[in-house]
Design a protein around this ligand. Structure first.
Ligand SMILES: [Ca+2]
Ligand SMILES: [Ca+2]
Length: 314
């Protein structure tokens, strides 16, 4: 039942979806989804009500992106937008060796992480998490398990940001980029998130795990899988024919789309988010609080640079 390539999508024990840690009086960190195919190992995740007083509508919170990190245009780039009026504290992690323990044999051995603003200015750069913000990271409960892994704690003003993961010394392998909302009570939200990088076949497809948080309501989301239009952005080897799937934490298929005009054409065209080419994939979904997995791959196992985007509509 699981999406192709999600078989080995096993995060480390301490960040699995049913594991919540309280940070003082802050709201719990929700963790990203577990392996949709690992039925013998998982129990269905029910996100707890955050507090008796919290009736906020559903929001997009944490995300994890997994893909095969290469060099040049094959590095992993996660994009996110913080909307609202207040700064938001985020924790960003770049993991690789943690995947080795989860059965990924070609994990990225030594990830390097960089955080940039929308103008491309570097806000933070980290190779080994102990080198810069060790104490802060330990205090968040999100310190990586391996010294070669990278992490950054940063308070960000509303705006658009990117986090880039590459391998030290041009190393390549499957990497995991995670973004945690460390300040869910702030008047600011993660509005859009995206993942750009190499989309291969098998276990090298692009996978995005994301959490819809909140104790009530549903989030209206648009999920897009782009490829051909990236050539307009200077990508030399775009994914020719993207195929998109979204599953819930149990591995149940929520939606699948190959070419966006085939389903929901009218609804999608009524937004500003209709893809530029017919081969690109888009789905609109209403998502109850919970953990989800979106998978981007190429039709017929083709490979190339793809962009997976998740937008939250108001
Ligand atoms: Ca490193
Ligand atoms: Ca397609």
């Amino acid at each position: 039942m699981g999406a192709s390539g999600t078989r080995d999508f096993l995060p480390p024990d301490r960040i699995r979806a049913d594991h919540f840690g309280l940070e003082g009086t802050r709201l719990p960190y929700a963790k990203f989804p577990r392996d949709p195919e690992g039925f013998e190992r998982i129990t269905p995740v029910v996100l707890p009500a955050i507090s008796p007083f919290s009736i906020a509508p559903a929001e997009l919170t944490n995300i994890s992106l997994r893909l095969k990190v290469g060099i040049g245009e094959k590095v992993m780039i996660g994009g996110f937008i913080i909307s609202g009026s207040e700064p938001k504290r985020v924790v960003v992690r770049a993991l690789g060796p943690a995947l080795l323990g989860a059965g990924i044999s070609d994990a990225l051995v030594n990830p390097v992480l960089e955080l940039n603003d929308s103008a491309g200015n570097s806000l933070a750069h980290n190779n080994s998490w102990r080198d810069a913000q060790q104490d802060q990271l330990i205090a968040t409960g999100l310190a990586p398990a391996h010294d070669s892994e990278a992490a950054i704690v940063q308070t960000l003003q509303p705006g658009a940001y990117t986090a880039t993961v590459n391998g030290a010394d041009d190393g390549t392998g499957v990497g995991l980029l995670e973004l945690y909302d460390g300040d869910a009570s702030a008047d600011s939200r993660l509005a859009n998130i995206s993942s750009r990088g190499f989309v291969g076949s098998g276990s090298d497809v692009m996978i995005a795990g994301f959490i819809v948080s909140g104790s009530a309501g549903q989030a209206r989301l648009i999920v897009r899988g782009l490829g051909p239009s990236l050539s307009d952005r200077g990508v030399a080897e775009p994914l020719f024919d993207p195929l998109l799937e979204v599953r819930d934490v149990n591995g149940t298929l929520i939606t699948a789309n190959d070419n966006w005009r085939e389903t929901q054409e009218t609804e999608i065209a009524s937004t500003s988010l209709a893809p530029q080419t017919d081969l690109e994939a888009t789905s609109m979904i209403s998502a109850a609080p919970g953990a989800y997995t979106a998978t981007l791959r190429g039709n017929d196992g083709a490979a190339g640079i793809g962009l997976l985007e998740i937008y939250k509509l108001d």
